[in-house]
Design a protein around this ligand. Structure first.
Ligand SMILES: [Mg+2]
Length: 267
């Protein structure tokens, strides 16, 4: 088991993991966040949220100007040695994706994309404040949508997207359309090799997530915490090292703390 004195990196999903699924509160994890900060252990957000949503949240969490993964792995932000932010996109950009989706809407597939919603509608559906809802709409390399059609149509829809190099994955609340090459695992692999080179250190990684879209990330970390969640589909991992994967009994930030308590030994 790792200790707080090892070269650790914590990689975390937000919604339903560090943030409560209903209230978006992270405060139950405050004491663990403080401990990580005291030991200078990097906390890497790896979320379906946009960069515009993640950056102010990082400030609240006391981890401003540190690397993160946004939009389910479609976007990675790192910093130069001089502290300037650098954006890396792992596949198609928003304009392209939106264009394909509009064409499918015209072919009478019924769905509501984030771009189709006013900020007020977004706020009502997500429970976010209008300010935060607007940040959720500032997408750079993926689109989120609510499916309003049959299951048969959905299969047809995913096949047509696949022909354009796009994929649809399930998040906690919405479906996310993005490049087939992009996912949380691929983004994390890229970011870890970047950080290991930069710091000339091999890090031990602990990942935390609650939904199927976290699975590629949870396959790539040394220790995986599957937080109890509300998702319809379970998180299924292929990894065989059972003792390196833990399912929490608690939801959200309480489960987040439970997972770190489980894997990080006090000494
Ligand atoms: Mg989640």
């Amino acid at each position: 088991m790792p200790t707080l004195h090892d070269p650790l990196i914590i990689v975390t999903d937000l919604d339903g993991s560090l943030l409560d699924h209903h209230t978006y509160r992270w405060q139950p994890a405050k004491s663990w966040l403080k401990r990580l900060q005291q030991q200078a252990i990097p906390l890497i957000i790896c979320s379906s949220k946009t960069a515009a949503e993640i950056i102010p949240l990082q400030q609240q969490l006391g981890i401003a100007n540190t690397p993160f993964i946004a939009e389910n792995g479609a976007l990675v932000q790192t910093y130069t040695p001089h502290g300037e932010p650098e954006r890396h996109y792992t596949g198609k950009r928003y304009h392209d994706i939106h264009h394909h989706l509009m064409r499918l809407q015209q072919r009478s597939f019924h769905f509501t994309a984030f771009a189709d919603l006013s900020t007020e509608e977004m706020a009502r559906i997500t429970g976010l404040t209008p300010h935060n809802a607007a940040q959720a709409q500032m997408r750079e390399a993926s689109e989120a949508l609510i499916w309003r059609d049959s299951e048969a149509q959905f299969h047809h829809f995913t096949r047509l997207l696949a022909a354009k190099g796009l994929t649809v994955i399930q998040g906690g609340r919405f479906w996310h359309v993005m490049d087939q090459q992009s996912n949380k695992g691929a983004a994390l692999t890229w970011l870890l090799s970047h950080l290991q080179q930069r710091h000339n250190t091999v890090f031990t990684t602990i990942g935390l997530g609650d939904s199927p879209n976290d699975a590629p990330m949870l396959e790539h970390v040394d220790f995986a915490v599957i937080i109890k969640g509300y998702s319809q589909s379970p998180v299924i991992l292929q990894r065989q090292d059972r003792e390196h994967a833990y399912r929490t009994t608690q939801y959200g930030p309480d489960g987040w703390c439970e997972g770190l308590d489980y894997f990080i030994s006090a000494e």
